[in-house]
Design a binder for this molecule. Structure first.
Ligand code: DQA
Length: 186
């Protein structure tokens, strides 16, 4: 069962640098809770209306809801999803550090345009030792040449690009299957 912490969801809206919220699936078994952070970078708060020819019409909230349903499908594995969207490079780095300090098992990240510019975000991800998946809604390799280079791809386990919002679902499915298999194998 998904426990949507609505108060938490809205409590961060006043923050300039980031909006974050957590959603937990209540543990029903002795399996340990896995925490997965879903980090989205600049301009992704505008999904739904932003260049729909590239990014489709789903809002970020639609994506979050879809991910919560995906997590629910993994019951009885207890999953805690933590969502962050920020338009600021440093806030994204702070979020990665915070997840590392918490022992978060996986990060799914769409760094937006920072993908193509940020060695600092790459370095932060390098210091995070859990599973890391890079997600892009559009196929960055079919677009302008400056988008073909990702500073992030070399330091993550895999990159999904061009699957639209379903890329996030695929990334979470892979992540939860991998974590579940690791837990079951002991
Ligand atoms: C993006 C691709 C980036 O090139 C762009 O700057 C974005 C979104 C994507 O999801 O397709 O903001 O990461």
């Amino acid at each position: 069962m998904i426990n949507i912490q609505d108060a938490d969801r809205h409590s961060h809206q006043g923050h300039v640098h980031s909006e974050a919220c957590s959603h937990g699936v209540q543990p029903k078994t002795s399996l340990p809770t896995v925490r997965v952070a879903v980090l989205n970078g600049p301009n992704l708060n505008l999904l739904g209306t932003r260049e729909p020819q590239y990014y489709g019409t789903w809002t970020l909230e639609d994506i979050h809801n879809d991910l919560m349903l995906t997590a629910e499908g993994f019951a009885p594995l207890p999953v805690e999803l933590h969502f962050v969207q920020t338009n600021h490079e440093g806030a994204l780095i702070d979020a990665i550090h915070a997840e590392a300090a918490l022992g978060t098992q996986a990060i799914l990240i769409n760094p937006g345009a920072y993908t193509h510019t940020s060695i600092a975000i790459r370095d932060a991800l390098s210091s995070f030792h859990g599973l890391k998946i890079e997600v892009h809604l559009s196929n960055i390799f079919q677009r302008e040449e400056f988008r073909h280079k990702s500073f992030i791809s070399p330091v993550v386990h895999s990159t999904l690009s061009g699957f639209g919002p379903l890329g996030y679902r695929m990334a979470l499915t892979y992540t939860l299957q991998t974590l579940e298999a690791t837990i079951v194998a002991g």
